[in-house]
Write a protein that binds this ligand. Sequence first.
Ligand SMILES: [Ca+2]
Ligand SMILES: [Ca+2]
Ligand SMILES: [Ca+2]
Length: 141
Amino acid sequence: MKFISIIPLFAAAIAVTSCVTRSTVPTPQQSFEKADIDGDGMVSRSEYDSHMIGEMFVRFDKNQDSVITREEFLDNGGTAEGFRRINTSGSGKITLAEAKASAVVRKSLDAPFKEADANRDGQVSLAEFLSYRKNALDYVR
Ligand SMILES: [Ca+2]
Ligand SMILES: [Ca+2]
Ligand SMILES: [Ca+2]
C-alpha cells in the first residue's frame, strides 16, 4: 500500500488514457492489442507492466522530451520520495528505461493487475481488460 501512495496515478492509468483529449486516443480494444506484445491474445504481467509504464510515462512527460523531471512528477501527483526512489541514477530525470526497471513502479502495478485479472490465472484476457477498464472509468468519474 505504501508503494501505491507514492505513485497515486498508476492505479488509474488504464482509465485515464481515454479521458485525455487527443486525436490519437486508442479504443480499449486497441489498447489491449497494443499491450499484447507477443499477440497471443492475453496480456501477461510483464506485458501489462510494460504497457502501463509506457502510458504513464507519456502522461507524466508533459513537455515530451522523453524524460520526467522532478517537477513533472510532482505535478502529476507523485511525491518527492517516490521520485527519489524511481530515479535510481540520481540524475534528476526519470527515463523510460529507468521507470520500466524500477521495482517501485512495478510494485505499484501489483494491485491494478490483480484487479484486472479477475480469474487470477496470471494473464489478462480481452474480456477482463474491457471489464476492468469500464469499472475503472466509473470509478474515476
Ligand atoms: Ca501476450
Ligand atoms: Ca519531460
Ligand atoms: Ca485472467
